[in-house]
Design a protein around this ligand. Structure first.
Ligand code: NAD
Length: 436
């Protein structure tokens, strides 16, 4: 099948590459000239484990190519995916300017029946709006389908190739058949393709992300309670996670969720609710609690050092919003760095993949180090922001000789408290007793 993917970011590039891998011919289109130049030269513009191998193979075999030209890129395509940004607008709603802009351009360019797929996360009613935009100038029949994406950055290829489920929102039998044919190779193990109307599909994505954000936030609230009553959140997590109704995942306490999806999607769902005069109160609480949680380590630092942090040097391990990605959008590390710099703190940092992206924002106001030990060298204390596996089993003796104060502020609960006590650290974590 000939497919076009408009928008070649984290979702578009994974979508395009994976559908090429299942034998389709895919053209990825992006307006970012530099990005397309890189892609044409077989340079991967993002870090996503496993994607590079598929990317190279499919380019080599002539199934995957790139262009900045929409008209050229969609020529002959049976399906056109829209994997465009839907950033939060000023009022919190998803900004549909990219989606509707491309929809408008597409109308006159369509030459035969085409399925246009909203892959982006978009509010309820967007499929109707995209349909109306395309219809303004279209001369041929087309269907707009909502097909939200559930991949997680860091394991995106696996998530895409073996999805828990595929959600297809369409009332068109013709479009449904084409989409099922496309996805068939990915659901051979029997995971379902769930077909529904467009609005339900659109809401499914927001419901999933908001539920997960709520689950994380709920556990962070339990962690805060643990600190006040002397309980251990890791024990509580195990105690509740073994209940099959609750499940073990998304129960780790920490310094809040970030990333390009949860914050904006929770905000957008709350805004959509307000638009229909519904006060989705729980989402407001999730958003405000998550903001507070993000700076929890700052409170801890002040508890330890007092309010004046000026002149201190802190090592920060981890910048990405989660491990195995270079994505720093809404990463808790960033807000902490900003606060610390304003307080006159010197920062030395290391992240295995995200340093280039942070450099673009902070320049040389922070020191980027060659590894985690280099970052710790000469620092007063260590702050852990992202749970990269490489940080999980450090050489504690080496760390002790590098840090001036032997204090660790762990925003991701990487170590068990007994180990830290045995190694002579002062150790602050989330929802557990402080080791002093
Ligand atoms: P991204 O910012 O990484 O990529 C978007 C791409 O679209 C960019 O390369 C940009 O240059 C390009 N673009 C912008 N305007 C364009 C135009 N007019 N024509 C062609 N290209 C254009 O975004 P992303 O993370 O891939 O997210 C895309 C959508 O998917 C969003 O709605 C997001 O919420 C959703 N989503 C993201 C994830 C994720 O983990 N990143 C997961 C599921 C769903």
């Amino acid at each position: 099948m000939k497919i076009a993917v408009v928008g070649t970011g984290y979702v578009g590039l994974v979508t395009g590459t994976c559908f090429a891998e299942t034998g389709n011919h895919v053209t990825c289109i992006d307006i970012d000239v530099k990005k397309v130049e890189k892609l044409k030269n077989k340079i991967m513009p993002i870090y996503e484990p496993g994607l590079d191998v598929l990317f190279e193979r499919n380019i080599k075999q002539g199934r995957l190519d790139f262009t900045t030209n929409l008209k050229e890129g969609i020529k002959g395509a049976k399906i056109i995916f829209l994997a465009l940004p839907t950033p939060p607008g000023e009022d919190g709603s998803a900004d549909l300017r990219y989606i509707l802009g491309v929809a408008e351009e597409l109308g006159p360019l369509l030459e035969q029946y085409t399925v246009i797929v909203d892959k982006s996360t978009v509010p309820v009613g967007t499929a109707d709006r995209v349909t109306a935009k395309i219809a303004e100038h279209a001369k041929v029949e087309f269907s707009v389908v909502s097909n939200p994406e559930f991949l997680r950055e860091g394991v995106a290829v696996d998530d895409f190739m073996k999805p828990d489920r595929v959600v297809i929102g369409t009332r068109s039998e013709k479009a449904k058949k084409i989409m099922e044919e496309l996805y068939a190779p990915l659901v051979r193990q029997g995971n379902p393709i769930i077909t529904m109307d467009e609005k339900s599909a659109e809401l499914t994505k927001y419901a999933a992300n908001s539920f997960l954000a709520t689950k994380i936030t709920f556990m962070n609230e339990i962690a805060n309670m643990c600190e006040l009553v002397g309980a251990d959140v890791d024990m509580v997590r195990k105690g509740v996670g073994t209940d099959s109704r609750i499940g073990k995942r998304f129960l780790f306490a920490g310094i809040g969720y970030g990333g390009s999806c949860f914050p904006k999607d929770v905000q957008a769902l709350a805004k959509s609710a307000r638009e229909v005069n519904y006060n989705f109160e729980i989402l407001n609480a999730v958003m405000s609690k998550n903001e507070t949680q993000k700076t929890k380590l700052i409170d801890r630092l002040k508890e330890h050092y007092g309010d004046n942090l000026k002149g201190k040097t802190f090592a920060i391990w981890g910048l990405a919003f989660k491990p195995y990605t270079d994505d720093i959008r809404e990463a808790p590390a960033l807000i902490n760095i900003k606060i610390l710099l304003e307080a006159g703190v010197k920062i030395k940092t290391y992240d295995p993949e995200a340093m280039e992206n942070v450099k673009e924002q902070f320049g040389d106001s922070i020191e980027f180090c060659k590894d985690e030990y280099d970052a710790a060298e000469g620092a007063d204390a260590l702050l852990i922001m992202t749970e990269w596996p490489v940080f999980r089993t450090p050489e504690f003796d080496r760390l002790k000789s590098s840090l001036k104060d032997n204090v660790i502020f762990d925003g991701r609960n990487l170590y068990n408290t007994e180990t830290m006590a045995e190694n002579g650290f002062t150790y602050y974590s989330i929802g557990r007793a402080t080791v002093k």
